[in-house]
Design a protein around this ligand. Structure first.
Ligand code: ASP
Length: 306
């Protein structure tokens, strides 16, 4: 069997060790491990990178501590407006949804758009109607209500701020996964609730192919987390691919140039996870921490925060 591997993230930001309790750290580590294991299992059994990233992102969307699916933040209107995307590096097919409500797993809807529509991106009501046609699971608002997100939103409302997930710790919580399967195919997926107290209709980088997500068998698969507006303007995921393709840079050179030099120069905070066609994994971030995990082939899983 050829080399395979997977990497996941649960968002980047300022994760102060001072504010992190043992309990909290265990909770995050457990959730990341579960998602990593679910994706790795698929690859180990000879499944596709596309299925591996789908399953890993669904698992993270189902956890209330990440800003995606169940744990999605509140927008200015007090709603959960979610974005997600997925891309198959084997055929450059992609699917994305933005500003969708009440969908349990937005990444599954992005996948449906890719596989069962003639489009790449659908938003709002139209995407929700398509979700009904495809019989995706909807949840009512109570499913997405979490006390700490509500309090974050209330704090942000008071300060009239648009916050990056959590103003007190400046933590992003978007989730994503990238994988290489034994057939040599790459895939990437990203899912988010966006920014706390964002204007309704605001769309970040996560559902934008080339900005928050990109996969191409010729180079790499990338999923981003950070301040979306900057990531869109920097076309982050595609830029890493392009540096590898046109300049023949390694994944490490390309991803570090983009995250540690270009984004830093713009004062844009965040990070990325990426895997190349040889199975090399890079996870640079320019913030204090990034919830992340990787599992290469038959090696051991690794979970890291700082
Ligand atoms: N990139 C996401 C956005 O701007 C936020 C995040 O990574 O947490 O919507």
């Amino acid at each position: 069997m050829k080399k395979f591997g997977i990497a996941i993230h649960g968002g980047a930001g300022v994760m102060s060790r001072r504010l992190m309790t043992d309990d909290k750290e265990k909770k995050y580590t457990r959730a990341l491990s579960e998602a990593l294991k679910a994706g790795h299992e698929i690859l180990k059994e000879g499944g596709t990178a596309l299925d591996a990233v789908t399953v890993a992102v669904c698992s993270l969307e189902d956890q209330e501590m990440f800003n995606a699916g169940r744990g999605a933040v509140f927008n200015h209107e007090g709603r959960h407006e979610m974005d997600a995307s997925i891309m198959n590096g084997a055929n450059l097919m992609a699917g994305a949804v933005s500003a969708v409500h009440n969908i349990r797993n937005p990444v599954l809807l992005a996948r449906e758009v890719m596989l069962h529509s003639e489009h790449v991106m659908m938003c709002g009501q139209g995407a929700e109607e398509f979700a009904r046609e495809r019989q995706l699971v909807f949840e009512d608002d109570t499913y997405f209500f979490t006390r700490h997100r509500f309090e974050q939103w209330q704090r942000a409302l008071k300060k009239e701020l648009m916050q990056l997930d959590d103003g007190s710790t400046k933590k992003f919580g978007t989730v994503g996964a990238v994988a290489l399967d034994a057939e040599g195919n790459l895939a990437a997926a990203t899912s988010t609730g966006g920014l706390t107290n964002k204007r309704f209709g605001r769309i970040g980088d996560s559902p934008i192919i080339g900005a928050g997500t990109y996969a191409n068998n010729e180079t790499c698969a990338v999923s981003c987390t950070g301040h979306g507006e900057y990531f869109i303007r920097s076309v982050v995921a595609f830029d890493i691919h392009a540096l590898m393709l046109y300049k023949k840079w390694s994944l490490k050179q390309a991803s570090e140039k983009v995250v540690m030099k270009k984004l830093v120069k713009m004062k844009a905070e965040g990070g990325i996870i990426a895997i190349d066609r040889k199975g090399n994994i890079c996870m640079p971030f320019n913030s204090e921490g990034m919830y992340r995990g990787m599992w290469s082939g038959t090696g051991k899983p690794e979970i890291m925060i700082y």
